[in-house]
Design a protein around this ligand. Structure first.
Ligand code: AMP
Length: 395
């Protein structure tokens, strides 16, 4: 049987990230981004082989962008596309694994939208457009939350009145599940261990950041909660703050909920602390030049990350390794070494040269022999979504 092709789609409210995944090749034959959808600046950009190209789509929406993508996908896949995998952020408690898109599944994604008001409606726009443009193709939804549905109740419940959970779904869900699942499996392969009999701490550090405790291939705890704001310091998100901060700002400054929401999600994190940038690369460069805000932002980021990893140690029976992934985790020896320096209690120690070597897609072990394993594992959410899609097509 020839290697199969899956188109992976990740829709935002005005964007679509896409990748054509061929099961036999690690490189994507085609990938790109449609952005500013719905505005006069709407544009489709793609890369095929080494070549980049773009097409303006003034006022084009999700459907217009996908329609333009169709011939590109046909060209890059040799004419045969076997299915479409959609990244959907929130699957609530209903979805514990990927699902073939049926009217019932689509209705359930719509019903869960109050838990992810920015993300699920955007995914549904892409799903509607893809179903109308590719009606003959099997399509699958892969949920960011699904991997964390194995959390025990003591890890997912908040200590708030039970009715908020029972009637309104207020609990911890966790996100980045596709990445945590992919890299924990890869880590087990790299270490020569069975994923079903191994325990990992995973730090996914990109613009959004989260940690996860993975035991025997299942998520047992994670740092994000009801929304992707809980937990670590991120690019523009605060992560954990005192929950009374909301009331305090409302009372003392008269801020509205919208203002507080914006501050915590868009103006905080690395950007808020540094007063400079949400981008770790820029902050590392500024730190080199002695910028005090950038230096502090990196210190807080690493300390809070180490604290989260140490806390998640409670969920592990033993530690087979710590995994770094995501744009920062895969590329920042500085963040890795500063974080591990706070984890001496776990007996972690990094090999300086190995740590420096693992950047720009190079993964591997970076610990000092005789100390617990620390791995850099490049994530590949698109590939995991394609694999999940293929598995469902075979079922
Ligand atoms: P992601 O969301 O996974 O694409 O990750 C984005 C984050 O990775 C941004 O904060 C980037 O600054 C960071 N990043 C990418 N390359 C590097 C690098 N070479 N050094 C430090 N941070 C990096």
């Amino acid at each position: 049987m020839p290697a199969r092709n899956i188109l992976v789609i990740n829709c935002g409210s005005s964007s679509i990230k896409f990748a054509l995944v061929n099961e036999a090749h690690s490189q994507f034959p085609l990938h790109g981004l449609a952005e500013c959808l719905g505005s006069r600046d709407a544009v489709l950009r793609w890369q095929r082989g080494g070549e980049k190209d773009s097409l303006m789509l003034p006022q084009g929406d999700h459907r217009a962008a996908l329609a333009q993508l169709l011939p590109l996908v046909q060209g890059a896949s040799g004419g045969t596309l076997h299915g479409i995998g959609h990244r959907v952020v929130h699957g609530g408690e209903r979805f514990t694994s990927a699902q073939r898109l049926t009217p019932e599944v689509i209705a359930a994604i719509r019903a869960i939208a109050p838990l992810a008001p920015l993300h699920n409606p955007a995914s549904l726009q892409g799903i509607d457009a893809a179903l109308s443009l590719f009606p003959q193709l099997p399509q699958v939804a892969v949920f960011d939350t699904a991997f964390h549905q194995s959390l025990p109740e003591h890890a997912y419940r908040y200590a708030v009145p039970e009715t908020l959970y029972r009637q309104h779904g207020v609990r911890r869900y966790g996100f980045h599940g596709t990445s945590h699942r992919y890299v924990s499996r890869r880590a087990a392969e790299m270490a020569g261990l069975a994923v079903g009999d191994s325990s990992w701490l995973v730090a996914h550090l990109g613009n959004g950041c989260s940690t996860c405790a993975v035991v025997d291939g299942q998520s047992r705890d994670t740092s994000m909660g009801l929304t992707p704001l809980e937990g670590l310091v991120m690019g523009t998100r605060s992560g954990d703050v005192d929950p009374n901060l909301h009331g305090h700002l409302a009372r003392t400054l008269g801020w509205s909920l919208e203002e507080i929401d914006r501050m915590l999600n868009k103006d905080s994190g690395l950007l808020g602390l540094s007063g400079l940038s949400n981008d770790m690369r820029s902050l590392e460069q500024a730190r080199e030049r002695g910028h005090a805000g950038a230096t502090l932002a990196i210190e807080v980021f690493c300390y809070r990350l180490a604290k989260s990893l140490a806390a998640l140690g409670c969920a592990l029976p033993q530690l087979d390794g710590l995994v770094f992934t995501g744009g920062i985790g895969e590329n920042s020896p500085l963040v890795r070494s500063k974080t591990v320096a706070h984890l001496r209690l776990l007996h972690l120690a990094l090999d300086k040269e190995a740590n420096a070597r693992c950047v720009r897609g190079v993964g591997g072990a970076i610990h000092v022999p005789g100390h617990p394993r620390v791995l850099v594992v490049p994530t590949n959410e698109e590939r995991q979504i394609a694999l999940d899609t293929l598995t469902l097509l075979e079922a």
